[in-house]
Design a protein around this ligand. Structure first.
Ligand code: 6GU
Length: 232
């Protein structure tokens, strides 16, 4: 079973999304274990301080190395360098871009330890000495790694065997085969004068699949020419 630890100074920020919908069902079914770790519990001193001013000056605070080392070492102990089945991932805008293929790769691990910090604000020695991988969720800046950690968690969990009801569902997702998804419709067949494409009502599954493939190709060419070229 995959175990995901999310280390954060803001545990409440990540708690509730993990207790809803597909992630909750995966946890309840024992397909994944998710553990939210309050970094403050690994800080010492009267103020349990997890961050401090940057050496050399500058804006913002920097997460101190001691609580993070103590925390990660307690979580993974001797497993740390024992195998590539354990990844310690720092979420940061200057990391490797998250992609479907990276999510696939991470879904095969035994343990993921996700470190959510403030942007720019983590002592470099944590990155050098503890982190095995750095991941970004896109080219824009967020206030911290908490939402990215949830994004990564969701992307990985839905790939675990047994998580999605329909066994083939993850395989037909946008990106799983390098194409965007076809349009979807449900009842009624005509809504405010807008009709569902005839072919979907035809019952001809071969023709429906052909139509969907064409839609996916055309949509990908138009919206994501970069993806389309990459896939052929
Ligand atoms: Cl992983 N962290 C932050 N703070 N901002 C981001 C990001 C990560 N990925 C994109 N923007």
């Amino acid at each position: 079973m995959l175990r995901i630890d999310i280390i954060t100074a803001l545990p409440q920020l990540v708690d509730s999304p993990l207790r809803q919908s597909i992630i909750k069902r995966a946890v309840d079914a024992g397909l994944v274990e998710i553990n939210v770790v309050d970094l403050r519990e690994y800080a010492t001193g009267r103020h349990r301080q997890v961050d401090d001013y940057p050496y050399g000056g500058g804006a913002g605070m920097v997460l101190k190395p001691e609580p993070l080392f103590r925390c990660v070492e307690e979580l993974i102990g001797v497993e740390r360098d024992a195998s590539s089945a354990v990844e310690v991932i720092f979420l940061t805008p200057d990391g490797e871009p998250l992609s479907q293929s990276l999510a696939n790769e991470l879904s095969l691990k035994r343990r993921l330890v996700l470190i959510a910090g403030h942007y720019k604000g983590i002592d470099q020695r944590v990155r050098d000495g503890l982190v095995t991988r750095e991941v970004s969720i896109g080219d824009y800046v967020l206030s911290g790694g908490e939402l990215p950690a949830l994004v990564l968690t969701d992307a990985v969990i839905r790939l675990l065997p047994g998580v999605l009801g329909d066994a083939t569902s993850a395989l037909t997702d946008s990106f799983q085969d390098g194409l965007l998804d076809a349009p979807a419709y449900t009842r009624p067949a005509i809504f405010r004068g807008m009709a569902v494409p005839e072919v979907l009502l035809s019952g001809n599954h071969e023709e429906i699949e052909r139509w969907r493939d064409l839609q996916r190709i055309e949509k990908t060419k138009k919206r994501r020419p970069d993806l389309y070229r990459q896939g052929r």
